[in-house]
Design a protein around this ligand. Structure first.
Ligand code: AMP
Length: 547
């Protein structure tokens, strides 16, 4: 592998490089390559990047390096502000993973979790606090969080934080941190309000937008491109289902990390596919062996990282599968360029987590080609497809002829049964031999629909939009100073409902609405009726939205 493209060139500490190696990261994503050197120098930075581009590591690695070894006690030295509790947990986990060897102590602080637990962690001493703005202010007011020693502040998903009404909170929090701090702002979009925050609080920041060069017309390969939106826990099952339906000749499945490649290879083999791993941690000899198996047909699936697959030329490849949406749109183009050569039909399939659908839109813009969003095939789809495959096999057998020696069987049975019955029994046997039993197939749940690239609208702010959703009318609004986060806090805190069950929130002057998942709606209504927001009792009415 070419070391010059790796993390080594970015100036990162050996202990961080070791952590990345352990995680199986083979090379930096574009946003990491662009951001990390500036951040290590201590510069402020505005980065335009969505989830899935690797932005968390882009700010977390330099932050960890600048803090150095974790202190034994004392107040936090870095603060990361995020819009939601899910993201708080996710970012804290990432910081913990990357900073393991530096013994960095990190805590996530968010609304809806019992405050006592957070107080205990903060009291014990912590290096990095990852917080939602509302809860951070709570702790500041209780004097359980002091920002006097903060050297680095990160505003992650700044546009979402503003959408959720956190602008004032962010201003107050920044005002309590030392002026000498380094400030980093990441946002998927750059509306004027974000530019204003950057102007007011960042010092001559570096600006990074990952350039979206257009692919020249005719250069993007002609490939049938489909994406399936699937929840993370169901990805292996979804991959299996899609492969069963597609029935590829030879397929390559791309993963982000070495670890993911190894894990997925094991899972797919245990599910009965003949899969081989290919990644940068393998010797040339091992790689040659894998390629031989694929060419010889003993393996049907190659599971690989981008780095390992570079320069591979696989003749008869029919399908490229992106197990995740690639962090760089350019990688997508390179990956799918491996199929659809020489006039053959190529197929590119992408599994996208609900949060990653925005990245699909970037790819569509780059290639100026549509990626069809499709529901994950159901068990009924699979059964129908398997029958199709059997039908095709029978048709081929009839066209090939040479069936005469079976005539005696049909004639003998013809005395007892009619020809249709004989044919049905023969098809059954052929089908079972060809396709195997499909009785133990389970349905794969579809995630609650989000607006995908097809809609072209702004992305939803959080949680589930339509479908299985109940609209709650709340009898309080701006007039009493209610903000979206008050409502979220009341729902997640009082009813113990996860933030992801909450969808769009609209705050009106006297009334507000909030979408919640239908299966928790009753609990939310009950809890809100027994709580107070801004010191006032709450009236709630539930309405099933019309579609
Ligand atoms: P993020 O955009 O920060 O949410 O990251 C998206 C995913 O990409 C996470 O699962 C990371 O663990 C993974 N990731 C981040 N950087 C890299 C990298 N350089 N190589 C492979 N995977 C990465």
């Amino acid at each position: 592998m070419d070391d010059a493209t790796g993390f080594e060139t970015l100036g990162l500490d050996t202990r961080l490089l070791e952590a990345l190696d352990e995680l199986g990261y083979e090379e930096p994503t574009p946003i990491q390559r662009a951001a990390i050197p500036h951040l290590l120098e201590g510069k402020d930075l505005v980065g335009q990047a969505a989830t899935g581009t690797g932005k968390t590591a882009a700010f977390a690695l330099p932050l960890l390096q600048r803090l150095g070894e974790g202190a034994d006690d004392g107040p936090p030295r870095a603060l990361v502000l995020v819009p939601t509790r899910e993201l708080a947990v996710q970012v804290a986990q990432a910081v913990h993973k990357y900073g393991k060897r530096l013994k960095t102590r990190v805590v996530a602080v968010y609304g809806g979790q019992a405050i006592e637990q957070q107080l205990r962690s903060l009291r014990r001493g912590v290096d990095v606090v990852v917080a939602t703005p509302g809860r951070a202010l709570d702790h500041i007011r209780r004097e359980s969080l002091s920002l006097e020693h903060v050297q680095v502040v990160v505003l992650d998903e700044a546009d979402e934080m503003l959408d959720m009404g956190f602008a004032e909170d962010i201003e107050s929090i920044l005002g309590l941190t030392p002026e000498t701090r380094q400030t980093v702002l990441f946002s998927a979009t750059m509306p004027p309000r974000i530019a204003a925050i950057a102007k007011a609080h960042l010092r001559t920041p570096e600006r990074i937008t990952i350039a979206r060069e257009r692919v020249a017309a005719g250069e993007a390969p002609k490939v049938r491109q489909t994406a399936f939106v699937v929840m993370p826990a169901y990805k292996p099952a979804a991959l299996g289902r899609v492969l069963d339906i597609e029935n590829p000749g030879a397929a390559i499945v791309f993963c982000r990390t070495r670890t993911e490649v190894d894990e997925l290879t094991e899972v797919m083999n245990s599910r009965g596919y003949r899969a081989e791993a290919l990644h940068g941690g393998m010797t040339q000899e091992q790689r040659d062996r894998v390629m031989k198996k694929l060419r010889g047909g003993t393996a049907e699936l190659l599971i690989a990282t981008d780095v390992a697959a570079r320069g591979l030329d696989i003749e008869h490849l029919t399908h490229v599968v992106n197990y995740d949406v690639p962090s760089a749109a350019e990688d997508y183009v390179h990956r799918i360029g491996r199929v659809g050569r020489a006039g053959r039909e190529g197929v590119a399939i992408t599994l996208a987590e609900p949060r990653e659908t925005r990245l699909l839109r970037n790819i569509e813009e780059l290639t100026r080609q549509r990626i069809q969003l499709a529901p994950i095939p159901t068990v009924a789809d699979l059964k129908a497809r398997r029958l199709d495959i059997t039908k095709a096999a029978l048709r081929e057998a009839m066209l090939a002829g040479d069936l005469d020696r079976y005539r005696v069987v049909v004639e003998a049975l013809g005395d007892e049964f009619d020809v249709m019955q004989i044919a049905l029994a023969a098809v059954k046997l052929a089908h079972e031999a060809e396709a195997g039993a499909d009785d133990d197939e389970q349905e794969i749940p579809q995630p609650p629909p989000r607006r995908g690239p097809a809609d072209r609208g702004p992305p939803p702010r959080r949680g589930p939009p339509r479908g299985g959703v109940v609209l709650l009318h709340i009898g309080l609004g701006r007039a009493v100073g209610m903000r979206p986060q008050d409502l979220v806090g009341a729902i997640t805190g009082e009813a113990g409902i996860p933030g992801r069950a909450i969808g769009a929130i609209q705050i009106g002057e006297r009334f507000s609405t909030v979408e919640v998942l239908a299966d928790v709606a009753n609990r939310v209504v009950e809890a809100l009726r027994h709580t107070r927001i801004k010191g006032r009792p709450v009236t709630v009415r539930a309405e099933r939205p019309r579609h």
